[in-house]
Design a protein around this ligand. Structure first.
Ligand code: HEC
Length: 151
């Protein structure tokens, strides 16, 4: 029994490790530093705020999407890395934020987010991500509170 648990643990750790090192891993991914000011302009040009809100940025000239309203930035429990942000933009169906699943997906499981891959330049993407990434703040880790049960 003990050995089964041990074997299971080893398999699990190997699976986790291979995620970081396989050919599909984000290892080695790096973007050059972009221009945040330009990035804000990109956000407005592509009308991201039709479906998103971002604290401190308003766009009164666009029509809001009737049933999609997802906030960008803010407090997250996981670091929002450049790689994750780029993935959200160029491959929106890759991963869904769980609270939004219903409003975010089409019945066939695709993201309702527009695909910008054929219109946005790489420089625009880099600037956009440079602008967006600092908008995410990391929530401090909350340790489990163990109750004290006097005997
Ligand atoms: C037609 C609506 C729509 C537009 C326009 C849109 N998005 Fe989205 N976006 C979504 C939906 C729906 C999701 C949630 C599902 C998903 O992750 O694909 C999302 C998710 C995201 C996420 C991940 C958010 C998170 O907390 O996980 C980012 C980042 C993002 N969008 C950035 C952008 C940027 C940048 C633009 C403009 C270039 C943009 N979006 C334009 C609908 C849209």
């Amino acid at each position: 029994m003990k050995y089964t648990t041990l074997a299971l643990l080893i398999v699990m750790s190997l699976t986790l490790l291979s995620c970081n090192q396989g050919v599909d891993s984000p290892r080695g991914f790096s973007l050059p530093k972009g221009n945040a000011e330009q990035g804000k302009a990109v956000l407005l040009t592509y009308q991201c705020l039709a479906c998103h809100t971002l604290q401190g940025v308003e766009d009164k000239n666009i029509e809001k999407h009737a049933d999609i309203n997802i906030s960008l930035g803010g407090e997250k429990t996981q670091i929002v890395t450049y790689a994750e942000l780029v993935t959200s933009i160029i491959n929106p169906s890759h991963k869904f934020s769980s609270p939004y699943s219903a409003m975010a997906k089409t019945p066939d499981g695709k993201s309702k987010m527009n695909v910008f891959n054929d219109v946005m330049t790489v420089t625009e993407l880099i600037d956009l991500v440079t602008f967006l990434q600092p908008k995410y703040t990391l929530l401090p880790f909350k340790p489990t509170v163990y109750q004290y049960y006097p005997r």
